[in-house]
Design a protein around this ligand. Structure first.
Ligand SMILES: Nc1ncnc2c1ncn2[C@@H]1O[C@H](COP(=O)(O)OP(=O)(O)OP(=O)(O)O)[C@@H](O)[C@H]1O
Ligand SMILES: [Mg+2]
Length: 160
């Protein structure tokens, strides 16, 4: 089951993230894949808002991981600057993936072999100035459930 959404503004990308942030559980892993400017960081900011995080969330440019505290910890990983896939194995990301927080990885495609087999992959594309397309690819039972929950909540909201 793949689920597709096109957002029409930064605010809408943010509120989709907020919805996701209200549905995540400890141990969830979200992998964001998409070109420069496709909305990965904006979606992550929304997820943080949905998790009750007050900090401002920016791309972790000089560090690979930023930790934020909300109702649950949010581990925001950005692999953009990663030189080689092997380097990610030295980062000890498993402590985040298999911990009690929620991990969001921007540029996860830079190190797919180092990502957990069960995850929610979101492929994001820049369509034009006002549109970003997001396709959800869940791997594993938990992420099928999460994707269904996102889809259900989203349609409820747009149908009203
Ligand atoms: N549907 C949308 N329409 C227009 N602008 C959007 C939409 N969604 C997000 N944006 C905006 O696009 C810009 C780029 O988004 P963002 O920084 O999240 O991309 P990114 O994928 O993290 O890029 P990078 O790979 O460079 O880190 C931001 O200003 C963001 O608010
Ligand atoms: Mg970014």
């Amino acid at each position: 089951m793949d689920f597709e959404i096109t957002t029409e503004s930064p605010e809408e990308t943010g509120s989709l993230g907020e919805l996701i942030g209200s549905l995540v559980e400890p141990g969830d892993v979200l992998l964001l894949v998409g070109s420069l400017g496709s909305g990965k960081t904006r979606l992550t900011q929304g997820i943080g808002e949905g998790m009750g995080i007050d900090d401002s969330i920016a791309s972790p440019t000089f560090v690979i991981v930023m930790e934020h505290r909300g109702t649950l910890p949010l581990y925001h990983v950005d692999l953009y600057r990663l030189e080689e896939t092997a380097a990610v194995l030295d980062l000890g990301l498993d402590d985040y993936f298999y911990g009690d927080g929620v991990t969001v990885v921007e540029w996860a495609d830079r190190a797919m072999p180092a990502m957990p087999p069960e995850h929610l992959l979101v492929r994001m594309s820049y369509i034009d100035e006002d549109h970003r397309e997001m396709v959800f690819h869940p791997e594993g039972e938990r992420y099928l459930e999460l994707t269904r929950d996102i889809a259900t909540a989203r349609y409820k909201k747009t149908d009203v």
